[in-house]
Design a protein around this ligand. Structure first.
Ligand code: EPU
Length: 474
């Protein structure tokens, strides 16, 4: 297992490229299961979740190849298999996205339940509800969701849940509905840009989906989908992570390949905190906004701000942990609330180890800003928590160690290389005692007291005993 050793206190400076969005690329790759022919997908980030999904797709009869120009080529070569094994799905929730396209195309899908997760409850009831509304028989047996149907039929589906809509649930139902007979309407569909990107890819393959980016989707079923070429949108979560890292270290960073129209809430929030964000205005003449370059600078002292993670277009829950790292350094008291995953706060105690002052109150964390964090050894609990700990360690005084960074590798493409290119001191080493920086061991400056003689007597013990029983000494 690897860990990062981070020498903190170096402002990030320079220019860096934002990769394609993990959470768009994964369902887009799964959609290949529903099509004939070859799909060519550009800007798929090379990270562990993508490799895991490619392994899963291989077991389901999909051939894949990385072209020399970096594009990912996918083609279904065997449609006889329909079991997505626990061993692969448990490693990455997005593996559950094979359910909808496999059911639609093969008439049967048997997909392992993804299992527990460190960011809170992650049920799949809405996925099943949506597929049932399309006529599928869906049941759970021995830890697997088994869905079967002769022919999916269009239906009306409401996908709202207690915490808003569901991102991968919308993806699954939308993919299945493209091959259903007749018209499907989805209400309370997720509006995240990653869902829109999947919808655009499906439309390129021949699907007829309208209403993308709104909570109301209309899908006219077609007989077949044909492989297509597509470029994945830039990763708004990676962009936000790098913006926050630049701000937390008091740096000056230019980010290339940013869709600022996908990041309005994050940019507004960062500006409220005092971060300066300048966007080059290179909207193309075409109607779709283009990716642009963004410059991020930060003043010496940031301002506290309350932050609520919400479904899109709100501040994403996937940026909540990183925001907490930044607000740890802001002057005043901030309240951070997560309305999507109310228990997603495992990073809080680790940030406290780095010197943050955080108190948890139900679905919120109350942060009293400090002027400086100090290096420590901390443990990552999930993907975005890892990013928050890396940000805090980059800004802290002295050396830190971030352990269990396999979480980080799941969702960021070469993050340490990108940070190093910006001047950060981040080293990946094997997690073993020999690699622990000596600066992290606490030196005992004095022997602990051995007798009560060395413990000073409280002053009140030496006062005249005039205190009546029950009365507290002053
Ligand atoms: N929910 C239900 N029932 C369901 C599905 C979800 O009640 O059937 C609840 C969840 O418990 C949660 C809320 O609805 O409280 C939202 O969950 P959602 O289904 O939208 O999450 P997801 O699709 O499993 C995706 C991203 C997550 C991101 C969330 C929220 C992918 C592969 N994953 O997960 O990304 O946090 O949407 O935006 O797209 C990450 O990248 O680090 C990550 C966790």
């Amino acid at each position: 297992m690897d860990m990062f050793v981070i020498g903190g206190g170096k402002p990030l400076r320079g220019r860096v490229h934002v990769s394609g969005a993990k959470n768009a690329a994964l369902p887009i790759m799964a959609a290949a299961l529903a099509s004939d022919g070859v799909s060519v997908i550009h800007d798929v980030p090379k990270l562990v979740d993508v490799t895991t999904l490619l392994d899963l797709l291989k077991t389901l009869g999909v051939r894949s190849e990385w072209r020399a120009d970096g594009a990912l080529v996918l083609e279904v070569v065997d449609e006889t298999r329909c079991v997505a094994e626990y061993e692969l799905v448990r490693r990455m929730r997005a593996g559950f996205c094979v359910l909808g396209p496999m059911l639609a195309r093969r008439g049967k899908a048997c997909v392992s339940l993804p299992g527990g997760c460190n960011i809170g409850d992650r049920p799949v009831d809405l996925h099943s509800k949506g597929l049932r509304a399309l006529g599928a028989d869906v049941r759970v047996e021995r830890g697997y969701v088994i869905a079967e149907v002769d022919q999916l039929r269009g239906g009306s589906i409401y996908l709202g849940g207690p915490f808003g809509s569901t991102v991968t649930g919308t993806c699954n139902v939308m993919m299945a509905a493209t091959l259903a007979e007749g018209i499907t309407t989805i209400e309370a569909a997720a509006c995240e840009p990653e869902v829109v990107d999947l919808g655009r890819f499906l439309n390129r393959m021949g699907a007829r989906i309208s209403g993308l980016g709104t909570p109301f989707l209309r899908i006219e079923g077609v007989d077949r989908l044909q492989g297509a070429e597509h470029t994945v949108i830039p990763d708004r979560i990676e962009a936000a992570t790098l913006m926050i890292a630049a701000a937390a270290t008091g740096g000056e960073v230019e980010l290339e390949n940013v869709r600022v129209d996908h990041m309005t809430a994050v940019i507004e929030k960062l500006r409220e905190i005092g971060v300066v964000i300048e966007c080059a205005t290179n909207r193309s003449a075409a109607s779709l906004p283009a990716a642009t370059t963004v410059r991020v600078t930060a003043p010496n002292r940031l301002r506290a701000s309350d932050c609520i993670a919400l479904p899109y277009p709100g501040v994403p829950t996937d940026v909540q942990a990183q925001m907490m790292a930044l607000l740890s350094l802001a002057e005043g008291i901030s309240v951070v609330t997560d309305k999507v995953f109310p228990d997603r706060f495992l990073h809080a105690p680790e940030l406290v180890r780095l010197g943050s002052r955080i108190r948890r109150e139900g679905p919120s964390a109350i942060i009293s800003g400090v002027t400086q964090l100090s290096g420590a050894s901390v443990m990552a609990s999930d993907l975005r928590a890892s990013a928050a700990l890396v940000i805090a360690a980059l800004s802290a005084e002295g050396e830190s160690v971030v352990r269990r960074i396999y979480h980080l590798d799941r969702g960021y493409e070469r993050l340490e290389d990108k940070l190093t290119s910006l001047g950060a001191d981040v080293r990946r080493v094997v997690d073993e005692p020999a690699n622990m920086p000596a600066t992290l061991s606490v030196a005992m400056t004095a022997e602990p007291p051995t007798s009560t003689a060395s413990v000073p007597r409280p002053k009140w013990l030496d006062r005249p005993q005039s205190v009546t029983p029950g009365e507290r000494p002053a």
